[in-house]
Design a protein around this ligand. Structure first.
Ligand SMILES: *Cc1c(COP(=O)(O)O)cnc(C)c1O
Length: 351
Protein backbone atom coordinates (compact mmCIF):
# COMPACT_ATOMS: atom_id res chain seq x y z
CA UNK A 1 0.00 0.00 0.00
CA UNK A 2 1.27 3.44 -0.92
CA UNK A 3 1.53 6.21 1.67
CA UNK A 4 0.34 9.60 0.47
CA UNK A 5 2.18 12.51 2.05
CA UNK A 6 0.77 14.82 -0.62
CA UNK A 7 -0.96 17.93 0.73
CA UNK A 8 -4.39 17.24 -0.73
CA UNK A 9 -5.87 14.92 -1.67
CA UNK A 10 -3.80 13.11 0.88
CA UNK A 11 -3.60 9.86 2.81
CA UNK A 12 -7.05 8.46 3.55
CA UNK A 13 -7.84 8.32 7.26
CA UNK A 14 -7.21 4.70 8.32
CA UNK A 15 -10.81 3.92 9.26
CA UNK A 16 -12.33 5.11 5.95
CA UNK A 17 -12.27 1.75 4.05
CA UNK A 18 -14.28 0.08 6.83
CA UNK A 19 -16.77 2.97 6.91
CA UNK A 20 -17.29 2.67 3.13
CA UNK A 21 -18.17 -1.00 3.57
CA UNK A 22 -20.52 -0.30 6.48
CA UNK A 23 -22.11 2.50 4.45
CA UNK A 24 -22.78 0.11 1.58
CA UNK A 25 -24.23 -2.47 3.96
CA UNK A 26 -26.66 0.09 5.33
CA UNK A 27 -27.71 1.43 1.88
CA UNK A 28 -26.44 4.90 2.68
CA UNK A 29 -26.23 5.88 -1.00
CA UNK A 30 -29.96 5.34 -1.52
CA UNK A 31 -30.96 7.29 1.57
CA UNK A 32 -33.49 10.03 0.79
CA UNK A 33 -32.22 13.47 1.74
CA UNK A 34 -35.67 14.30 3.13
CA UNK A 35 -35.94 11.22 5.35
CA UNK A 36 -35.76 11.07 9.15
CA UNK A 37 -32.59 8.97 8.91
CA UNK A 38 -30.93 11.69 6.87
CA UNK A 39 -31.98 14.37 9.34
CA UNK A 40 -30.43 12.34 12.13
CA UNK A 41 -27.21 11.94 10.14
CA UNK A 42 -27.12 15.68 9.40
CA UNK A 43 -27.69 16.64 13.04
CA UNK A 44 -25.19 14.09 14.29
CA UNK A 45 -22.56 15.43 11.87
CA UNK A 46 -23.16 19.02 12.95
CA UNK A 47 -23.05 18.12 16.64
CA UNK A 48 -19.85 16.08 16.25
CA UNK A 49 -17.90 18.71 14.33
CA UNK A 50 -19.05 21.35 16.85
CA UNK A 51 -17.73 19.17 19.63
CA UNK A 52 -14.43 18.36 17.90
CA UNK A 53 -13.56 21.97 17.06
CA UNK A 54 -15.29 23.62 20.03
CA UNK A 55 -17.68 25.62 17.84
CA UNK A 56 -20.18 27.75 19.80
CA UNK A 57 -23.77 26.49 19.96
CA UNK A 58 -25.19 29.57 18.18
CA UNK A 59 -22.91 29.22 15.13
CA UNK A 60 -24.32 27.63 11.96
CA UNK A 61 -22.62 24.73 10.16
CA UNK A 62 -23.25 24.46 6.41
CA UNK A 63 -22.07 21.91 3.84
CA UNK A 64 -20.74 23.09 0.48
CA UNK A 65 -18.69 21.43 -2.21
CA UNK A 66 -15.25 23.05 -1.91
CA UNK A 67 -13.25 25.78 -0.23
CA UNK A 68 -13.17 27.52 -3.60
CA UNK A 69 -16.95 27.69 -3.44
CA UNK A 70 -16.75 29.07 0.11
CA UNK A 71 -14.60 32.02 -1.07
CA UNK A 72 -17.29 33.10 -3.53
CA UNK A 73 -20.27 32.41 -1.31
CA UNK A 74 -18.78 34.42 1.54
CA UNK A 75 -17.96 37.35 -0.72
CA UNK A 76 -21.33 37.49 -2.44
CA UNK A 77 -23.33 36.98 0.76
CA UNK A 78 -21.41 39.11 3.23
CA UNK A 79 -19.92 42.02 1.28
CA UNK A 80 -21.41 44.99 -0.50
CA UNK A 81 -18.15 46.72 -1.38
CA UNK A 82 -15.01 46.75 0.77
CA UNK A 83 -12.74 43.81 1.53
CA UNK A 84 -9.26 43.46 2.99
CA UNK A 85 -7.07 40.42 2.41
CA UNK A 86 -4.02 39.16 4.21
CA UNK A 87 -2.13 37.53 1.34
CA UNK A 88 0.50 35.05 2.50
CA UNK A 89 0.66 32.66 -0.45
CA UNK A 90 -1.21 31.06 -3.33
CA UNK A 91 -4.55 30.30 -1.66
CA UNK A 92 -5.00 33.66 0.08
CA UNK A 93 -4.16 35.24 -3.30
CA UNK A 94 -7.04 33.30 -4.85
CA UNK A 95 -9.42 34.54 -2.16
CA UNK A 96 -8.25 38.10 -2.91
CA UNK A 97 -8.65 37.55 -6.66
CA UNK A 98 -12.16 36.21 -6.17
CA UNK A 99 -13.05 39.54 -4.56
CA UNK A 100 -11.44 41.50 -7.41
CA UNK A 101 -13.30 39.38 -9.96
CA UNK A 102 -16.56 40.07 -8.19
CA UNK A 103 -15.87 43.80 -8.57
CA UNK A 104 -15.41 44.48 -4.87
CA UNK A 105 -13.07 47.17 -3.64
CA UNK A 106 -10.35 44.76 -2.48
CA UNK A 107 -7.25 45.86 -0.57
CA UNK A 108 -4.43 43.51 0.30
CA UNK A 109 -1.48 43.17 2.62
CA UNK A 110 1.28 40.83 1.50
CA UNK A 111 2.93 38.81 4.23
CA UNK A 112 6.15 36.91 3.60
CA UNK A 113 6.74 35.21 6.92
CA UNK A 114 8.43 37.97 8.98
CA UNK A 115 6.90 40.85 11.00
CA UNK A 116 3.16 40.49 10.65
CA UNK A 117 1.96 44.10 10.41
CA UNK A 118 -1.14 44.64 8.28
CA UNK A 119 -1.93 48.35 8.32
CA UNK A 120 -4.08 51.07 6.74
CA UNK A 121 -7.19 48.92 6.68
CA UNK A 122 -10.11 51.15 5.77
CA UNK A 123 -12.63 51.74 8.57
CA UNK A 124 -15.30 50.89 5.95
CA UNK A 125 -13.84 47.42 5.52
CA UNK A 126 -16.65 44.86 5.69
CA UNK A 127 -14.67 41.66 5.52
CA UNK A 128 -11.09 40.70 6.35
CA UNK A 129 -9.86 37.41 4.92
CA UNK A 130 -6.91 35.32 6.00
CA UNK A 131 -5.51 31.86 5.32
CA UNK A 132 -4.29 30.29 8.52
CA UNK A 133 -1.94 27.86 6.85
CA UNK A 134 -0.65 28.42 3.33
CA UNK A 135 -0.45 25.09 1.60
CA UNK A 136 1.94 26.25 -1.11
CA UNK A 137 4.73 27.76 1.01
CA UNK A 138 4.22 26.59 4.62
CA UNK A 139 3.57 30.03 6.10
CA UNK A 140 1.31 29.83 9.12
CA UNK A 141 -0.19 32.88 10.83
CA UNK A 142 -0.70 32.49 14.58
CA UNK A 143 -4.32 32.91 15.62
CA UNK A 144 -3.56 35.70 18.10
CA UNK A 145 -2.56 37.93 15.17
CA UNK A 146 -6.03 37.43 13.73
CA UNK A 147 -7.73 38.09 17.06
CA UNK A 148 -5.76 41.34 17.34
CA UNK A 149 -6.92 42.40 13.87
CA UNK A 150 -10.54 41.78 14.83
CA UNK A 151 -10.21 43.75 18.07
CA UNK A 152 -8.92 46.75 16.09
CA UNK A 153 -11.81 46.59 13.60
CA UNK A 154 -14.77 45.23 15.55
CA UNK A 155 -17.30 46.03 12.82
CA UNK A 156 -15.56 44.02 10.09
CA UNK A 157 -16.36 40.36 9.64
CA UNK A 158 -13.45 37.94 9.67
CA UNK A 159 -13.21 35.05 7.20
CA UNK A 160 -10.66 32.34 7.86
CA UNK A 161 -9.52 29.68 5.41
CA UNK A 162 -8.35 26.79 7.56
CA UNK A 163 -8.34 24.11 4.89
CA UNK A 164 -4.89 22.68 5.49
CA UNK A 165 -4.69 23.13 9.28
CA UNK A 166 -8.02 21.72 10.52
CA UNK A 167 -8.43 19.94 12.91
CA UNK A 168 -4.95 20.77 14.21
CA UNK A 169 -5.50 24.48 14.73
CA UNK A 170 -7.32 25.52 17.88
CA UNK A 171 -9.67 28.43 17.25
CA UNK A 172 -11.52 30.82 19.49
CA UNK A 173 -14.56 31.19 17.27
CA UNK A 174 -15.87 34.29 18.98
CA UNK A 175 -13.39 36.34 16.91
CA UNK A 176 -14.28 34.74 13.59
CA UNK A 177 -17.39 34.95 11.45
CA UNK A 178 -16.81 32.69 8.46
CA UNK A 179 -14.54 29.69 8.89
CA UNK A 180 -14.18 26.97 6.30
CA UNK A 181 -12.30 23.88 5.24
CA UNK A 182 -12.61 21.10 2.70
CA UNK A 183 -12.18 17.50 3.83
CA UNK A 184 -9.46 16.16 1.49
CA UNK A 185 -6.64 17.51 3.66
CA UNK A 186 -6.77 17.19 7.46
CA UNK A 187 -9.74 14.81 7.52
CA UNK A 188 -8.28 12.25 5.14
CA UNK A 189 -11.37 11.96 2.93
CA UNK A 190 -11.96 12.20 -0.81
CA UNK A 191 -12.52 15.76 -2.09
CA UNK A 192 -15.94 17.21 -2.82
CA UNK A 193 -17.20 18.32 0.58
CA UNK A 194 -16.50 21.56 2.44
CA UNK A 195 -17.70 22.78 5.81
CA UNK A 196 -18.55 26.44 6.36
CA UNK A 197 -19.11 27.74 9.88
CA UNK A 198 -20.95 31.06 10.25
CA UNK A 199 -21.37 33.35 13.25
CA UNK A 200 -24.71 35.02 13.99
CA UNK A 201 -23.12 38.30 12.81
CA UNK A 202 -22.21 36.77 9.43
CA UNK A 203 -25.78 35.55 8.97
CA UNK A 204 -27.20 38.94 9.92
CA UNK A 205 -24.88 40.65 7.43
CA UNK A 206 -25.95 38.14 4.78
CA UNK A 207 -29.59 39.06 5.36
CA UNK A 208 -28.74 42.75 4.96
CA UNK A 209 -26.73 42.15 1.78
CA UNK A 210 -29.41 39.91 0.27
CA UNK A 211 -31.78 42.84 -0.13
CA UNK A 212 -29.13 44.75 -2.08
CA UNK A 213 -27.60 42.02 -4.25
CA UNK A 214 -30.27 41.15 -6.78
CA UNK A 215 -28.08 38.75 -8.74
CA UNK A 216 -27.72 36.41 -5.75
CA UNK A 217 -29.88 33.42 -6.62
CA UNK A 218 -31.92 31.74 -3.90
CA UNK A 219 -29.79 28.60 -3.96
CA UNK A 220 -26.62 30.57 -3.16
CA UNK A 221 -28.04 32.59 -0.29
CA UNK A 222 -26.85 31.86 3.24
CA UNK A 223 -30.39 32.52 4.41
CA UNK A 224 -31.77 29.64 2.31
CA UNK A 225 -28.94 27.33 3.36
CA UNK A 226 -29.66 28.23 6.98
CA UNK A 227 -33.39 27.58 6.56
CA UNK A 228 -32.62 24.08 5.31
CA UNK A 229 -29.89 23.47 7.89
CA UNK A 230 -32.39 24.32 10.63
CA UNK A 231 -34.51 21.47 9.25
CA UNK A 232 -31.38 19.19 9.25
CA UNK A 233 -31.28 19.17 5.47
CA UNK A 234 -29.62 20.79 2.50
CA UNK A 235 -31.32 22.77 -0.27
CA UNK A 236 -30.09 20.44 -3.01
CA UNK A 237 -29.70 16.66 -3.03
CA UNK A 238 -26.35 16.27 -1.28
CA UNK A 239 -23.77 13.54 -1.56
CA UNK A 240 -24.97 11.53 1.41
CA UNK A 241 -22.01 9.15 1.27
CA UNK A 242 -19.54 12.03 1.81
CA UNK A 243 -21.55 13.35 4.71
CA UNK A 244 -21.70 9.88 6.21
CA UNK A 245 -17.95 9.28 5.86
CA UNK A 246 -17.19 12.72 7.29
CA UNK A 247 -19.41 12.09 10.31
CA UNK A 248 -17.66 8.77 10.91
CA UNK A 249 -14.15 10.21 10.69
CA UNK A 250 -15.08 13.06 13.03
CA UNK A 251 -16.44 10.49 15.46
CA UNK A 252 -13.19 8.51 15.24
CA UNK A 253 -11.24 11.68 15.92
CA UNK A 254 -13.40 12.45 18.94
CA UNK A 255 -12.69 8.98 20.21
CA UNK A 256 -8.96 9.41 19.74
CA UNK A 257 -9.18 12.85 21.36
CA UNK A 258 -8.38 16.17 19.77
CA UNK A 259 -5.65 16.82 22.34
CA UNK A 260 -3.84 13.65 21.29
CA UNK A 261 -4.24 14.53 17.61
CA UNK A 262 -2.76 17.99 18.20
CA UNK A 263 0.13 16.67 20.26
CA UNK A 264 0.96 14.02 17.67
CA UNK A 265 0.87 16.64 14.92
CA UNK A 266 3.42 18.72 16.82
CA UNK A 267 5.54 15.69 17.53
CA UNK A 268 5.65 14.69 13.83
CA UNK A 269 6.35 18.27 12.72
CA UNK A 270 9.22 18.45 15.17
CA UNK A 271 10.67 15.15 13.91
CA UNK A 272 10.52 16.40 10.32
CA UNK A 273 11.92 19.88 10.95
CA UNK A 274 14.70 18.58 13.16
CA UNK A 275 15.73 16.18 10.42
CA UNK A 276 15.41 18.71 7.56
CA UNK A 277 17.48 21.31 9.39
CA UNK A 278 20.21 18.83 10.28
CA UNK A 279 20.54 17.38 6.78
CA UNK A 280 22.94 19.04 4.31
CA UNK A 281 20.58 18.17 1.45
CA UNK A 282 17.59 20.15 2.76
CA UNK A 283 16.81 23.51 4.27
CA UNK A 284 13.64 25.06 5.64
CA UNK A 285 12.48 28.21 3.82
CA UNK A 286 10.40 29.68 6.67
CA UNK A 287 13.05 31.12 8.97
CA UNK A 288 10.83 32.34 11.78
CA UNK A 289 9.40 29.39 13.75
CA UNK A 290 6.44 31.54 14.84
CA UNK A 291 5.19 31.59 11.23
CA UNK A 292 6.17 28.06 10.26
CA UNK A 293 3.47 25.53 9.43
CA UNK A 294 2.97 22.43 11.56
CA UNK A 295 0.78 20.66 9.00
CA UNK A 296 2.46 21.37 5.65
CA UNK A 297 6.20 20.90 5.93
CA UNK A 298 8.04 22.65 3.10
CA UNK A 299 11.73 22.08 2.43
CA UNK A 300 14.18 23.38 -0.14
CA UNK A 301 16.14 20.62 -1.84
CA UNK A 302 19.68 21.48 -2.80
CA UNK A 303 20.03 19.53 -6.05
CA UNK A 304 16.40 19.55 -7.11
CA UNK A 305 13.46 17.52 -5.90
CA UNK A 306 12.64 15.35 -8.96
CA UNK A 307 15.08 12.50 -8.24
CA UNK A 308 14.19 12.29 -4.58
CA UNK A 309 10.46 12.24 -5.30
CA UNK A 310 10.93 9.40 -7.79
CA UNK A 311 13.00 7.39 -5.33
CA UNK A 312 10.43 7.87 -2.61
CA UNK A 313 7.70 6.85 -5.01
CA UNK A 314 9.54 3.61 -5.78
CA UNK A 315 9.41 2.85 -2.06
CA UNK A 316 5.66 3.62 -1.98
CA UNK A 317 5.93 7.08 -0.42
CA UNK A 318 4.15 9.75 -2.45
CA UNK A 319 5.43 13.18 -1.46
CA UNK A 320 4.47 16.50 -3.02
CA UNK A 321 6.78 18.64 -5.14
CA UNK A 322 7.00 22.40 -4.71
CA UNK A 323 4.11 24.59 -5.80
CA UNK A 324 4.21 25.95 -9.37
CA UNK A 325 7.55 27.67 -9.94
CA UNK A 326 9.07 25.96 -6.86
CA UNK A 327 8.07 22.58 -8.28
CA UNK A 328 11.59 21.31 -8.86
CA UNK A 329 13.25 23.07 -5.93
CA UNK A 330 11.11 22.09 -2.99
CA UNK A 331 9.20 19.22 -1.49
CA UNK A 332 6.01 19.49 0.55
CA UNK A 333 5.14 16.91 3.17
CA UNK A 334 1.64 16.77 4.61
CA UNK A 335 1.39 16.20 8.34
CA UNK A 336 -2.24 15.32 8.89
CA UNK A 337 -4.00 13.06 11.43
CA UNK A 338 -3.98 10.20 8.88
CA UNK A 339 -0.17 10.16 9.02
CA UNK A 340 1.11 8.09 11.90
CA UNK A 341 4.30 8.80 13.84
CA UNK A 342 5.71 5.53 12.45
CA UNK A 343 4.96 6.60 8.86
CA UNK A 344 6.79 9.86 9.46
CA UNK A 345 9.77 8.07 10.98
CA UNK A 346 9.91 5.75 8.01
CA UNK A 347 9.72 8.70 5.63
CA UNK A 348 12.56 10.46 7.42
CA UNK A 349 14.63 7.30 7.12
CA UNK A 350 14.12 7.36 3.35
CA UNK A 351 14.76 11.09 2.98
C1 LIG B 1 -6.56 23.11 -0.99
C2 LIG B 1 -6.85 24.46 -0.45
C3 LIG B 1 -7.93 25.23 -0.90
C4 LIG B 1 -8.83 24.77 -2.03
O1 LIG B 1 -9.66 23.75 -1.61
P1 LIG B 1 -10.76 23.17 -2.64
O2 LIG B 1 -11.51 22.20 -1.81
O3 LIG B 1 -9.99 22.55 -3.76
O4 LIG B 1 -11.57 24.30 -3.12
C5 LIG B 1 -8.15 26.45 -0.32
N1 LIG B 1 -7.34 26.92 0.64
C6 LIG B 1 -6.29 26.22 1.11
C7 LIG B 1 -5.45 26.79 2.19
C8 LIG B 1 -6.01 24.98 0.57
O5 LIG B 1 -4.96 24.27 1.04
Amino acid sequence: MKKYFTVGPSQIYPTVPQHVITGMDTDIMSLSHRSEDFKRLFQHTVDSIKQLLNIPENYTVLFLSSATECWERILENCVVKDTFHVVSGAFSTKFYEASVNMKKKAQKYEFHGQNFKPSSISQDCELITMTHNETNNGIMIPMDELYRLKLGLPRALIALDMVSSTPYVEIDFKYIDCTFFSVQKGFGLPAGLAVLILSPAALQKARDVEGLNRSLTVYRRFSSMKTYADKQQTFETPNVLYLYLFSKVVKDMLQKGIKTIREETQQKAQLLYTFLKSSPRYSVPQQNPRFRSQTVIVANVKHGSAKILTKLKDKGFIVGGGYEKMKDHQIRIANFPAHSVEDVEELIELL
